[in-house]
Write a protein that binds this ligand. Structure first.
Ligand code: ACO
Length: 325
């Protein structure tokens, strides 16, 4: 049985925060942000919105694009590091908003979350447990960034992307590679708000409820592991970088993507980039990019696609698949 993407969807909140807006909040400027990251603007959730609202809207669009009855979905997975609550899962809230009966759980692998979730959804179908799985990456990063820290707040944005996985006639999933290295846990961390350190007054005063990131280390890590994981899935598919039609990488920093293009001796137009519009939306970035590539007609039946994630954990991974729509 071949398993692939039946439909895609995404949702970006309306509010736009530009680099110029940020320069009024912290000591930064448009030129620095653009040249160091490629980011021009990002979207920010409305006050009355949370991650499940973004996820639900992306899911509705993916279901519509798949042209299926929503009741066929048997499992909802939400990859997120900015869940609505510690419990219940965001996926359960989305399942209820969709008005369907389905299993639901969240998956925590930061910016690699969607790569993990896609592989998990695929595995459930491959094992014969479910026939159709809704896989969502959704984040409200603006709720965990420290808006006084110019080293992190300029990078992140909010949004959601979703795919419906199921049986396809041709193409589909070819190979996956998932890695975690918890020795780098402190390189990207929200220290408080969990069982190690509750979100008490002290944690709030110390700003430990916000994300802390070692940008330089994560940059070095990304440039090192990106080629490793891509080479792994290309080997599984017995193909070379030349055979890949489109790379859809995690949208963290255009300099990371450019260095990989150079390393693989591939033109930049084989790498999908939309981070200028949305910044780094963590686990949402890859499914948003898949949806945009799909809607822009950049994906043709039979195309070989590689999606790649890297980030908190530290985690990284990639999937090789053939576009079947
Ligand atoms: N505006 C102006 N100046 C700044 C800013 C800012 N926003 N931020 C830092 N600077 C300054 C620094 O203070 C430093 O000044 P100094 O030389 O006087 O000390 C200078 O600019 C250079 O700082 P660096 O940190 O060396 O800048 P770098 O070129 O490494 O870029 C960045 C920083 C953009 C964060 C980069 O390291 C990066 O993209 N890292 C990867 C981050 C990433 O991808 N994280 C997400 C992982 S995904 C996940 O799981 C959520």
């Amino acid at each position: 049985m071949k398993i692939g993407i039946l439909g895609t969807g995404s949702y970006l909140p309306e509010k736009v925060l530009t680099n110029d807006d940020l320069s009024k909040m912290v000591d930064t400027n448009d030129e620095w942000i653009r040249t160091r990251t490629g980011i021009k603007e990002r979207r920010i959730v409305a006050e009355n919105e949370a991650t499940s609202d973004l996820a639900y809207r992306a899911a509705e669009k993916a279901i519509e694009d798949a042209g299926i009855d929503r009741n066929e979905i048997e499992l909802v997975i939400v990859a997120t590091m900015t869940a609505d609550h510690a419990t219940p899962s965001t996926a359960a809230i989305v399942q209820d908003k969709l008005g369907i009966r389905a299993s639901a759980f969240d998956l925590s692998a930061a910016c690699t979350g969607f790569i993990y979730a896609y592989t998990t959804g695929y595995s459930f179908i491959k094992a014969g447990i479910y026939k159709k799985v809704l896989v969502i990456g959704a984040e409200s990063m603006s709720r965990v960034v420290d808006w006084e820290d110019r080293g992190t707040c300029i990078l992140f944005g909010d949004g959601a992307g979703a795919v419906v996985l199921g049986e396809v006639e041709s193409g589909g999933f070819i190979g996956s590679h998932l890695v975690a290295d918890g020795s780098g846990a402190c390189e990207l961390i929200v220290p408080a708000g969990g069982s190690r350190k509750p979100a008490n007054i002290e944690a709030i005063q110390n700003k430990e409820i916000y994300m802390q990131m070692n940008g330089r280390e994560i940059f070095k890590f990304a440039v090192k592991v990106f080629p490793e994981t891509v080479e792994n899935v290309l080997k599984q598919g017995n193909i070379t970088p030349d055979d890949v039609d489109l790379f859809i990488p995690h949208q963290a920093n255009v300099r990371i993507i450019e260095s990989i293009a150079k390393r693989f001796k591939q033109p930049m137009d084989k790498f999908f980039v939309n981070l200028q519009k949305y910044g780094n939306t963590s686990g949402a970035s890859v499914p948003i990019a898949i949806d945009e590539a799909n809607k822009e007609g950049k994906l043709k039946k039979g195309d070989k696609i590689v999606i790649v994630g890297f980030g908190g954990g530290l985690t990284y991974g990639s999937i090789l698949f053939e576009w079947s729509k």
